[in-house]
Design a protein around this ligand. Structure first.
Ligand code: ATP
Ligand code: MG
Length: 137
């Protein structure tokens, strides 16, 4: 569907290093893409929530992102993958305020609000994959 017009960057999310690798790579990619500050902040927020969920609920994983082009417009495609326990009740997990871990339960809701499309595939006890697409121009 989308023609790739940029490199893909990936960073591990793991205890100790946390999100530092993926955050640094994302910043570089976003700076090079010349997108506006609001979209940049929103994308970094999405990456932060995806990464915090990996650290908190799955332990470790990976986040990749790339700029894609479609019909003269550009978007960003972000994929977060982990091999954690999976999400037991996905419908409940998507409700704002639902948390299985004494969190605020707002992370997945925020990701939806800031994105144009979100797809979650989760398999107990094998892991979770969250795909996010957001238009940037
Ligand atoms: N990668 C994941 N692996 C396993 N479970 C997950 C994962 N991501 C989210 N969840 C489940 O979905 C629930 C809702 O996630 P969400 O990010 O909305 O809230 P939270 O992480 O609990 O709190 P907050 O993000 O507000 O600090 C989590 O409590 C957890 O049970
Ligand atoms: Mg969260």
């Amino acid at each position: 569907m989308f023609a790739v017009n940029g490199e893909e960057v990936c960073g591990l999310v793991e205890p100790g290093c946390g999100l530092s690798s993926v955050r640094a790579k994302a910043r570089r990619l976003l700076n090079a893409s010349g997108i506006d500050n609001l979209a940049r902040t929103e994308i970094l927020t999405i990456i932060n929530e995806l990464g915090m969920n990996i650290l908190r609920h799955a332990g470790s994983g990976e986040i990749c992102l790339k700029i894609v082009g479609c019909g003269g417009r550009r978007g960003i495609f972000i994929v977060a993958n982990d091999s954690g326990p999976g999400i037991g009740d996905l419908e409940a997990a998507l409700q704002p305020g639902f948390s299985e871990d004494k969190g605020l339960g707002l992370g997945l809701a925020a990701i939806h609000r800031l994105s144009d499309e979100v797809r979650i595939a989760t398999l107990i006890p094998h892991g979770t994959r969250v795909e996010v697409f957001k238009w940037i121009s």
